[in-house]
Design a protein around this ligand. Structure first.
Ligand SMILES: Cc1ncc(COP(=O)(O)O)c(C=O)c1O
Length: 402
């Protein structure tokens, strides 16, 4: 750890020193965020506070903010890093080639997902931005759910297709948008489990809708891959639906890092050539790819954890539903249990009340969610005991009353 002093940092630079002005601009912008209760704490301050409060209260620290649904992220991956595999890929795969560990992982992911092929990205964010942008060429139409993740929105912005944003899971609006004349390909992009609302779309209906309009179905399974469906193959598999494009981050139930896009070999070839976040980005570490391949076996075999995740999530919902002051987002299902608050300041206050009880949660505020819909996102993990769940519910009820 080292810290560079302001003066030292700028003394190396050439040209006029307008650093004070630049820093002043940033500080003013940060001030505006703070004023609007939208400033995020940096460097894990909240986690440290919750942990220290838990110690002071003599209760276990409870982490209800992680997407580590199966508790696999905490498992060490030391073997991969002592296996002799390179830690770094050296360059993008187009420039420096594919390490066998990349291809092995892609093949195993594709086989598991029962998809023809797969392509590995550095993150789920990179997978979404690169894929959505590369798919949407001029003449195409992308129909995107209003609550889609920022990475999908950014992919829509970066691409050259006409984009129609439709109300959240509004099948009527989706159908109308897909029915409009379009000289190219139509794409419907949704998530398998909505990360801030816990909604699971009816993918069978969406598949039927896309089939009716000759459109492709693109599903971001970041929050469902590993956590849902037979062998953890995700929400599409749970509903018996084959999407045209399946995208997922590997940092959630997998507890690793990276992103995957699964589909036909033609999709892989197109993305290999045109997904800018793939083409112009260093390939993931081969050692990490090998570790992720080993993790896949753990994910596939985690039926008991997946069952536990569902029962624990249901228990939390049942506990919270007994209290009128706790407004769990309507229609939410599974491990994402969002409590609607409204104002950002109130969400911060409530999150703080959780931290005071040794429970880490996040106040989710704009721009992650729309204005006036700030919320507390409780994330259930399979490793929570029933006692943890009951404590989480109790703390939530008290915090919401505070
Ligand atoms: C729905 C969704 N898609 C994609 C991503 C990005 O995945 P990653 O964290 O692997 O970059 C996230 C992460 O927050 C997400 O919630």
């Amino acid at each position: 750890m080292f810290h560079v002093k302001h003066a030292q940092w700028f003394s190396e630079s050439s040209g006029p020193d307008n650093s004070a002005e630049v820093i002043g601009t940033l500080q003013a912008r940060i001030g505006a965020l703070r004023e609007a209760s939208l400033l995020r704490a940096t460097d894990g301050d909240e986690r440290a506070r919750a942990e220290s409060r838990a110690r002071a209260l003599g209760v276990p620290f409870l982490d209800a903010a992680s997407n580590d649904y199966l508790g696999l992220a905490e498992r060490p991956i030391a073997e991969a890093f002592t296996s002799g595999l390179p830690g770094g890929a050296g360059a993008s795969r187009l420039v420096h080639g594919t390490h066998p560990a990349h291809r092995d992982l892609e093949r195993d992911l594709a086989a598991w997902l029962q998809a023809p092929d797969a392509l590995l990205f550095a993150s789920g964010y990179a997978a979404n931005v690169g894929t959505v942008a590369a798919l949407g060429v001029p003449g195409d139409t992308i129909v995107s759910d209003r609550l889609n993740h920022a990475s999908i929105i950014d992919g829509c912005r970066l691409g050259e297709a006409r984009v129609e944003v439709v109300d959240h899971l509004d099948l009527g609006a989706m159908g109308q948008a897909l029915a409009r004349p379009c000289p190219g390909q139509r794409w419907l992009v949704v998530e398998g489990l909505y990360s801030m609302d816990g909604h699971r779309p009816d993918l069978r209906k969406l598949r039927a809708l896309t089939n009716e309009h000759g459109a492709a179905l693109v599903v971001d399974e970041s929050h469902s891959l590993g956590a849902r469906g037979p062998e953890g193959r995700g929400e599409c598999a749970a509903q018996g639906v084959a999407p045209d494009v399946l995208i997922a981050g590997l940092g959630k139930a997998f507890g690793m890092q990276g992103g995957v896009v699964a589909g036909d070999g033609a999709l892989r070839t197109w993305l290999w050539n045109r997904a800018r976040t793939f083409v112009y980005s260093t390939a993931p570490s081969p050692a990490l790819a090998a570790a992720t391949r080993a993790r896949l076996a753990a994910v596939r075999d985690a039926e008991a954890l997946r069952a536990q995740l569902e029962t624990r999530s249901a228990r939390l919902r049942a506990r919270l539903s007994q209290h009128a002051q706790v407004h769990v987002v309507t229609g939410s299902e599974g491990p994402i249990v969002p409590i609607l608050v409204g104002a950002s300041l109130d969400a911060l206050r409530i999150a703080n009340a959780f931290l005071e009880q040794g429970v880490l949660v996040q106040a989710i505020r704009p721009p992650t969610v729309s204005d006036g819909t700030a919320r507390i996102r409780l994330t259930v993990r399979a490793t929570f005991t029933t006692h943890d769940i009951d404590r989480l519910a109790e703390v939530a009820v008290r915090a919401c009353k505070s």
